[in-house]
Ligand binder design. Structure first.
Ligand code: FPP
Length: 251
């Protein structure tokens, strides 16, 4: 195989995306198609998540953000909310040691206030235990909505102005970005949504301004390394111009 067939990771449009964000959609439809309860779809969704984190690390992706529970998901039946909370609890309890051993750093974005105290504690524990890891960062968007995140940033900026630490004229694009939930992370290069739906549903609205979007028909429980690689190949065929005229790499 020649050099041109296998370009280095950092060359031009063949760059492996540094940050991939995923809307893990279709658990319910996967279950319904098999006559199974929705909860089984979510359980199989956690298995797909494990596969994906492993594959992402092997491929060389540095940051994976997952939409695990949206601010709007509270409108689901109490039984399903209970199931999703139970899966998150079990995921952290059972998988945290393994993630830590693999050098995964866990970060959480979303509203913490009003969460069950034991869930809030588990989230802090996951962040604390893994804070020095740097093989891969797993950002879990939990109780997350992008509009809510931007409103939180606006409130914090307003407080800075009210207390005289900032002038309204100081508020630039970078200022807003600095007050978001994970201001130190680069924007996602690639956002994948499974299940055939083609919308962002209040996910990373600020950060996705120049992300490439890839929509796959696959239901989330069927997502695997091959699906991830397919999405990356599609990303690599896109020309990213960031509003300019010349193609640029994201990272
Ligand atoms: C969408 O499927 C998925 C969710 C609402 C939550 C995703 C959750 C998991 C993969 C498991 C829990 C996560 C962790 C981190 C342990 P849907 O229910 O909207 O599917 P549908 O659109 O087919 O009904």
């Amino acid at each position: 195989m020649s050099e041109a067939d296998n370009p280095p990771a950092a060359s031009g449009t063949f760059t492996v995306p540094r940050h991939v964000a995923i809307i893990m959609d279709g658990n319910g439809r996967w279950a319904a198609a098999r006559g199974l309860p929705r909860a089984e779809g979510h359980r199989r969704g956690v298995e797909a998540l494990r596969r994906t984190i492993r594959a992402a690390g092997e491929i060389g992706i540095k940051i994976v953000t997952i939409f695990s529970f949206s601010a709007e998901n509270w409108s689901r039946p109490a039984s399903e909310i209970g199931e999703l909370m139970g899966l998150l609890r079990r995921f952290i309890r059972n998988d945290l040691a393994e993630l830590h051993k693999s050098g995964v750093r866990v970060r959480i974005i979303g509203e913490r206030e009003g969460l069950d105290p034991d869930i809030a504690r588990l989230l802090v524990e996951a962040e604390e235990l893994t804070k020095d890891n740097d093989n891969l960062t797993l950002v879990v968007a939990f109780n997350y909505g992008a509009r809510q995140e931007i409103a939180r940033a606006a409130r914090r900026i307003a407080a800075e102005v009210a207390e005289g630490r900032m002038k309204p004229s100081d508020v630039a694009l970078e200022t807003v970005a600095r007050f978001l939930d994970a201001p130190d992370l680069p924007d996602p290069d690639l956002i994948i949504r499974t299940s055939g739906e083609q919308r962002l549903s209040n996910f990373l609205l600020w950060q996705s301004a120049y992300s490439e979007l890839v929509f796959l028909p696959t239901y989330w429980p069927d997502f695997d390394r091959a699906a991830l690689e397919g999405a990356i190949r599609e990303y690599q065929q896109r020309e990213r111009r960031f509003g300019g005229l010349v193609a640029k790499t994201g990272s």
